[in-house]
Design a protein around this ligand. Structure first.
Ligand code: PRT
Ligand code: ZN
Length: 210
C-alpha cells in the first residue's frame, strides 16, 4: 500500500499547532526534534519536518503529498498547489508600515520610495495592481529595523499583535494580504483515497473545535 508524506514546519510558529492537529487526527508518531522524518504507526503516513519555505515546492514537486504552511509562503513561492483546508492558526497579515514620524500616509506617497521586505513577490504584485512604483529592497530578516538604519522609507512585513511595529516606532497603513496556516496538496492528488481520508479527519478535528 502507498505511504503518504505530509510536510510540516520543523520548528517555529507553526510547528506546535501542526503537530497538535495531526495528533488530534488520531495519528501516532514520535515528535523527535532531531529527526527529519517520522513514521506514523497507525496510518500509512510519514511526517517530514522541514523549513517552512521549502514546503510548497516539496508538495508541488510531489516529494510530499500534503503540507501545512502559511498562505504567505505559498504565494511568495508562486507554486501550483491545491488549497485543501484553512486551519485557523498562524493568523497574521502582511502590512506596509512607515516610521511614526514619517510624512507618508497614503499609498501614492510610496511612489519612488524604498520599501524593505522579505516578501518581494507578493509586495511587487500588490504595488503593481495599485499602480505604484517603489524600490523594493529584498532583505532576509529584521525588516523592522531597516527604516531606522536609513535603508528604507517603509517596510512590508507580517504582523500579528503589532508589538514589533510599535516597539520599532512604526505604524501600519496598508494591508497587503491576510494569512493563516493551510493544508495543501499536490494538484491532482486531492481525490486519492488516503488523501481524502486525511482531509476528512482534519475537518472533523476543526469542526469539534467550533
Ligand atoms: O525556520 P523556518 O524557515 O521554518 O521559519 P521562519 O522563521 O521562516 O517562520 P516563523 O516560524 O517565524 O513563521 C512561520 C509562519 O507563521 C509564517 O510564515 C506566517 O505564516 C505565520 N506567522 C503568524 C508569523 C507571524 N504570525 C508573525 N508575527 N510569522 C512571522 N511573524 C513575525 C513577523 O515577521 C515580525 O517579525 O513576528 C513579528 C511580528 O509579530 P507581532 O506579534 O509583534 O506583530
Ligand atoms: Zn522560513
Amino acid at each position: 500500500m502507498k505511504t503518504l508524506k505530509i510536510a510540516i514546519q520543523k520548528s517555529g510558529r507553526l510547528n506546535e499547532k501542526s503537530v497538535e492537529l495531526l495528533k488530534n487526527c488520531g495519528l501516532n508518531f514520535e515528535n523527535y526534534k532531531s529527526s527529519l522524518i517520522s513514521p506514523v504507526s497507525n496510518f500509512p503516513l510519514e511526517i517530514l519536518f522541514l523549513r517552512d519555505d521549502d514546503i510548497p515546492e516539496y508538495v508541488q514537486d510531489g516529494i510530499a503529498d500534503l503540507g501545512i504552511v502559511g498562505e504567505n509562503v505559498i504565494q511568495e513561492t508562486e507554486v501550483e498547489v491545491s488549497y485543501l483546508q484553512k486551519l485557523g492558526f498562524g493568523k497574521c497579515s502582511l502590512k506596509i508600515a512607515v516610521p511614526n514620524n514619517n510624512s507618508i500616509n497614503t499609498l501614492e506617497e510610496l511612489n519612488g520610495k524604498a520599501v524593505a521586505t522579505t516578501y518581494p513577490v507578493i509586495l511587487g504584485k500588490y504595488l503593481k495592481e495599485k499602480g505604484i512604483t517603489s524600490d523594493i529592497r529584498t532583505i532576509s530578516g529584521s525588516v523592522e529595523i531597516s527604516p531606522g538604519l536609513g535603508l528604507s522609507d517603509a517596510i512590508c512585513d507580517l504582523v500579528s499583535t503589532g508589538g514589533t511595529l510599535k516597539s520599532n516606532g512604526l505604524k501600519p497603513f496598508a494591508d497587503v494580504m491576510s494569512s493563516e496556516a493551510v493544508l495543501i496538496g499536490r494538484k491532482g492528488s486531492e481525490n486519492e483515497d488516503l488523501v481524502q481520508e486525511l482531509i476528512q479527519r482534519v475537518q472533523s478535528v476543526l469542526r469539534a473545535k467550533e
